[in-house]
Design a protein around this ligand. Structure first.
Ligand code: NAD
Length: 529
């Protein structure tokens, strides 16, 4: 039976005592976590302090020694057991993510799928990616070189509220497999999901101190976590990302930052029409538009514009809004009063400056305190706040364009560069347009899921949308220090005593041009072309 967040909380024993999973150095005052669906109190977590961060990192550093010394197969085994625990507790995980973030159950399921796939992918690939790899040595035959991957030590992860399962935990999986310990600071609005997942990881055999959570305000816990970690994985706004990267720079530690976006979708004139409308609706309104890779700008070939605008607005009107955990719900509420205020402000400002509302444009207090209608605008200009700023809500602007080149130029006219989407029936045209877009991921005939779901491929942002990448081998190797070991045989590098220096210089000048040969390169060198 579908139910509301309040009922879920009252009935589910899996939620009992979750605060005990958090690391604290002493008894702390508690923060009550409430549901954005109906304001119900869901649970309490400690308001952590820098002392709690220090304790967690100290314990993690100690635990990392034994963890990294284990053979990788033993770490893989634990991640596989963790995946099984996740599957066994699917409904509790979906309910807690739904209740805490307000997201529709189908959006919570996307998160659940993503986390499971991330576990399977890295469990399968990490042993191969992290094993010693031979590299070409300085001198053929005489030098043998290999690289091996040393874990960073303690990885600090700072996560946002919009994907409390995926963004809090999926980045921990490769960090752990690489042999690191993890200290995670989830967002204060959604810490319970992360605590439940940590409990499941511990039940799966993850040693207690190898992964810990400190709950509390990012403004106070962020700096101590950055100062004491060996690497920081941050997901959140560009504004906070700049502070985190600056602080990490002071410490000279690596940082991977997945930040905001003002993502564009391009409807070319040969787009498959019905699929494009459905895909654009999903890409704009999934998770109530509170998705870093969701679409906020749609550029439509002018001959299709009127048809597309009407069809898109009608399809948006058909979305089912609600707070129950039933599968029929498409969109839940926004996460907080702050988000509701920002979305309302952006739309009111646009309308006051001349934008037209095709559908939506209003809060829905009849459904709950934080609901907002899926909203479609035309006539948006750069003078309006939402013209260039990320709204991070269910609001999208439509623009007619006269050519692919104009669509590309407008899509690229932003400092952001996270995700983009191109719709066309012509694969070659799709690739040409995709490669001209400045975005870390570009989906052809999909909104965001094709690239995000391709876990084998890197995901991240150009420009102010981020630094570094998650997913793929890039998302694993970043949690290591690659160490090169080279062995020299027989002859040292440098002039041997028995060879006159001028002969050595002459011989090496020729020999060095023959190193790293390719057929084309050799032909060019020999014929000087
Ligand atoms: P936010 O930057 O306000 O908060 C993110 C995290 O940073 C939270 O855990 C918060 O407690 C912490 N934090 C706050 N101040 C801090 C500080 N001074 N030092 C260290 N940590 C601090 O972001 P948000 O509002 O929670 O999330 C929404 C934003 O995140 C949007 O801009 C969205 O586009 C972006 N986002 C990006 C991705 C991605 O993969 N690129 C994914 C999800 C969300």
């Amino acid at each position: 039976m579908p139910h509301t967040a309040t009922e879920t909380y009252r009935k589910d024993p899996a939620w009992a005592g979750l605060a005990d999973e958090a690391t604290v150095a002493a008894t702390r005052p508690m923060n009550t976590v409430t549901s954005p669906i109906d304001g119900a109190a869901l649970g309490e977590v400690p308001i952590g302090t820098p002392d709690d961060v220090h304790l967690a990192v100290t314990r993690a550093r100690q635990a990392a020694k034994a963890w990294s010394a284990r053979p990788i197969d033993s770490r893989v085994e634990i991640i596989e057991r963790f995946r099984a625990e996740l599957s066994a507790h699917r409904d509790a995980l979906l309910d807690i993510a739904h209740a805490e973030s307000g997201k529709a159950q189908i959006s919570a399921f996307e998160e659940f799928l993503d986390l499971g796939l991330t576990c399977s992918y890295y469990a399968a690939k990490a042993p191969k990616i992290l094993k010693r790899h031979r590299r070409i040595g300085a001198l053929p035959v005489l030098t043998s070189a290999y690289v091996h991957y040393v874990p960073k030590g303690v990885v600090g992860i700072i996560a946002p509220w919009n994907y409390p399962l995926t963004l809090a935990v999926s980045d921990s999986v490769p960090a752990l497999l690489a042999g690191n310990a993890v200290v995670l600071k989830p967002d204060s609005l959604t810490p319970l999901t992360a605590l439940l997942v940590l409990r499941l990881a511990r039940q799966a055999g993850l040693p207690h101190d190898v992964m810990q959570i400190v709950t509390g305000p990012g403004r106070e816990l962020g700096d101590p976590l950055i100062d004491s970690s060996d690497f920081i994985m941050f997901t959140g706004s560009t504004a906070t990302g700049r502070k985190v990267a600056a602080r990490a720079g002071q410490q000279l530690i690596g940082v991977s930052a997945e930040l905001g976006g003002k993502n564009a979708l391009l409807v070319l004139e040969d787009a498959p029409l019905a699929r494009t409308v459905a895909g654009a609706v999903q890409a704009s309104f999934a998770n109530s538009g509170q998705l870093c890779i969701s679409i906020e700008r749609i550029y439509v070939a002018r001959p299709l514009f009127e048809w597309f605008a009407n069809s898109f607005a009608s399809a948006a009107e058909e979305l089912v809004l609600g707070g129950s955990n039933g599968w029929e719900v498409d969109m839940g509420p926004l996460i907080s009063a702050d988000q509701l205020a920002k979305v309302t402000r952006h739309v009111e400002d646009a309308v006051a400056k001349g934008a037209t509302v095709l559908t939506g444009g209003k809060p829905r207090p009849d459904l709950g305190p934080l609901f907002y209608e899926p909203t479609v605008l035309t006539g948006v200009t750069d003078a309006m706040e939402l013209g260039r700023e990320e709204t991070f809500g269910p609001v999208v602007a439509l623009y007619p364009v006269d050519s692919d080149e104009e669509a590309i130029a407008l899509a690229n006219d932003t400092e952001y560069g996270l995700n983009a989407s191109v719709w066309t029936s012509n694969p070659a045209r799709g690739r040409r347009v995709a490669e001209a877009l400045r975005a870390g991921t570009v989906n052809i005939n999909e909104g965001y899921a094709a690239t995000w779901g391709s876990i084998d491929a890197p995901m991240g942002g150009f420009g102010i949308s981020g630094l570094g990448r998650r997913h793929g081998m890039e998302g694993l190797v970043k949690y290591t220090e690659p160490q090169t070991v080279a062995r020299q045989r027989l002859l040292a590098i440098g002039p041997p005593e028995w060879v006159p220096r001028d002969k050595y210089v002459a011989a090496m000048s020729v020999a060095s041009t023959l190193l790293y040969p390719t057929v084309k390169g050799l032909v060019r060198r020999v014929f000087n072309k």
